[in-house]
Design a protein around this ligand. Structure first.
Ligand SMILES: NC(=O)c1ccc[n+]([C@@H]2O[C@H](COP(=O)([O-])OP(=O)(O)OC[C@H]3O[C@@H](n4cnc5c(N)ncnc54)[C@H](OP(=O)(O)O)[C@@H]3O)[C@@H](O)[C@H]2O)c1
Length: 286
């Protein structure tokens, strides 16, 4: 697919490395077709030692050679990086951004370039188990869409959506999702310790319960609604019924719903360059 095509990673951090690793190990791209650019030579040397890819401390040296420019810098560095890259991207190349909250319009105007893919990965991407939601500007070609599928596939699953607003929704559900899951797991582990389990055993019980439940849900030959799976473990007058009563009484379901709505609103605000403010001044209208 990428024979003779070059992919430049601007921002050679954790996510760029996950993509480089995935592309090489899934044999989507050869090391010779991958380039990295960032401010620290030691980091570029590290990527060269690990994967055999070329690195440059000057971003434009990489982008001038590239058919795909992956923007993988932190959001707070983006403005400066876009300004530096303006006019240094080949007219036929496309830009694939994984920068959280950066709109297609912002990138397109910042670079004066109209072929832009915006994506929202999540943390498990770093072990190839992520899920990335993505969309494109109208100018992106069919071939570039296929290339995007392959590049993002290196991070796990990928889902194309037609509308950019879905990126803010995905930020709230899957992008931020690992934070909810980790908080839930942490609370379960602490409760296990409270009961008297050594922490190590509590962590093992919780991690395998979560992993096993997801696999059980996804691998069933007769897919069932989540509520039916929950009902299966809820005997009349039993332990699950007693526990679920407390979760419902505490507003567990509503808390999750409001939290995800708050993350969605915050994502929209940040996309518009919104200022930070104390949490109790936001989202209290829901
Ligand atoms: N991590 C995740 O799971 C995740 C999930 C969803 C979205 N994202 C998005 O992915 C992007 C990258 O995240 P990350 O976790 O990979 O961050 P990271 O590890 O901090 O990587 C950012 C890289 O950019 C480099 N950099 C800094 N200034 C630069 C410049 N002017 N030009 C080129 N490179 C520059 C940094 O170099 P130095 O280290 O030398 O400063 C670093 O190598 C972020 O925009 C984030 O929103 C990440």
């Amino acid at each position: 697919m990428f024979i003779g095509r070059k992919i430049a990673f601007i921002g050679p951090g954790a996510m760029a490395e996950a993509m480089i690793y995935g592309l090489i190990h899934r044999k989507v791209a050869e090391p010779e077709s991958l380039l990295a650019a960032g401010p620290r030579q030691e980091r570029l040397d590290q990527l060269k030692d690990r994967y055999g890819i070329e690195g440059y401390t000057e971003n434009t040296v990489a982008t001038r050679q590239a058919d795909v420019v992956v923007l993988s810098v932190k959001p707070q560095r983006l403005d400066r990086v876009l300004a530096g890259l303006k006019g240094a991207i080949q007219p036929s190349a496309f830009v694939l951004s994984i920068v959280a909250g950066a709109s297609i319009e912002k990138i397109s105007v910042g670079l004066d370039h109209d072929m832009i893919v915006r994506s929202m990965p999540n943390t498990p991407a770093q072990i190839g188990e992520g899920i990335t939601v993505w969309t494109t500007s109208p100018a992106v070609t069919e071939e570039q869409i296929e290339m995007t599928r392959q590049i993002l596939g290196a991070l796990g699953e990928e889902v194309f959506v037609e509308e950019e607003n879905y990126l803010d929704m995905a930020t709230a559900v899957s992008g931020t999702g690992p934070a909810y899951v980790f908080l839930f797991m942490e609370a379960m582990v602490d409760a296990g310790v409270h009961l008297g389990f050594p922490r190590r055993i509590a962590e093992q019980l919780v991690a395998q319960t979560v992993r096993g439940s997801v696999d059980y849900y996804q691998r069933r030959s007769d897919p069932k609604h989540l509520a039916r799976l929950r009902n299966e473990v809820t005997s009349p007058g039993g332990t699950s019924a007693a526990a679920l009563y407390y979760l419902e009484k505490a507003g567990f379901r509503t808390a999750i719903s409001r939290a995800i709505w708050a993350a969605y609103e915050r994502s929209q605000e940040l996309g518009k360059g919104g200022k930070s403010h104390p949490p109790d001044q936001t989202n209290n209208k829901a």
